[in-house]
Design a protein around this ligand. Sequence first.
Ligand code: UD1
Ligand code: CA
Length: 459
Amino acid sequence: MKLGVVILAAGKGTRMRSTLAKVLHPLAGRALLSHVLDAAAALGAARVAVVYGHGGAQVPAAFADRDCDWVEQRERLGTGHAVIQALPRMAAMDRVLVLYGDVPLIEPETLNRLVADSAHTQLGVLTMTLADPSGYGRIVRDKQGHILRIVEQKDASEAELAITEVNTGIIVAELTALADWLGRIGNDNVQREYYLTDVIGLAVADGVEVASCRPERLEEVAGINDRWQLAELERYHQRRLAAALMHDGTTVMDPSRLDIRGTLICERDVVLDVNVIVEGQVRLGAEVRIGPNCLLRDCEIGAGAEVLANSVIEGARVAAGARIGPFARLRPAAEIGERCHIGNFVEIKQARIAADSKVNHLSYIGDAEIGSKVNVGAGTITCNYDGACKHLTRIGDGAFIGSNSALVAPVEIGVDATIGAGSVISRQAPAAQLTLTRAPQVSHPHWQRPRKAAPADRE
Ligand code: UD1
Ligand code: CA
């Protein structure tokens, strides 16, 4: 069975009040439509067509790398009209599943169930029951419980409005039958639209049994119309991600204050304090502790390492047992060795630091190779940039860099070398020697501080 998926995304999204198309707004760091495309891919859809709105070229442009067809719906004449636009792209398919670009959290398992439960017939509908069904199309069934048709809120009678089982909008149908029914729908209704939902009544008139099933959770079929609904669905989704992490042995101090906008893999007994933001691919070893207000993007942190409050780690690797922060910034290609300490207001970029070294306060280390057991004093700066090119600083094992030193790259500090505080080092500093460029300290015993003249002296 070849399954095609049609994703409707031609809505204007007026209530977002945004220049960005609604389906491009992010949930968990990814466009709404990207979640739906992933669901279609997870189903093993043989073909995916997205119906986008007139003037919405930013939507296909944002997904240039995706393997799907784009169909422009020039006039928004209804959901039935929208599906008709995509039918030519479904030509080789057996069945067609209709999804929505602004319904991002639909689970592939639910869709698989809908497809399976509808396999014996030509049409299946995903329905749900709501305490307040207002706004939705109502599922009208006969006394035996067979689906007869779907009636839109605006076209419904008093009795039909009382029905609480509603249409989620998601349907699956045999392609040839769907094309036939869609060829027969009209727009003789209150909204003058071509309703996709009218195919249900036409199927029943053809003697077709309409199958149905329900999603496990209502949030799966929740559509987004405004930024408030987007934020609510984001929180729901984040709490589920937090729950999954906790289930697998991670402590999340407050599941409502964790944001995962990518993939987080945690080994056992990781602790995440509040307001941690994860982006891209992040991997945390066993017993890693992440303090409050940390941003982790595309990084790997080894077992037992600790990241203290307000640190930003991006594109970096931190080995086991290291301690980072508070207020540290690790930038791309920073590689921090085992048990290193990187302290407050330290920025590290493109630098490898071997085990047991310390850069504890107020330093910039960029384009450097630092050995093990090195102590980099407060305020040390690698002057890696000469205005044109970046140059390398090398520091040997066991070196001690006095505070407030400038290491003017390219430069090399030998093994066990000591650099006196306040030095500007621009040539090689030999191993095991003290090197310093500090001006000698002088004192002037007879010097007097200038004084303001006393009033009596003014005559
Ligand atoms: C639709 C269903 C309704 C269901 C509800 C669930 C119809 C006629 N009604 O109503 O039974 O309970 O969804 O939310 O199908 N779209 C297009 N092109 C169009 C019209 C719509 O792409 O010409 C897209 C929109 O972007 C939107 C989706 O289809 O994502 C639903 O359209 P909308 O007009 O909001 O349908 P509802 O009135 O909500
Ligand atoms: Ca809607």
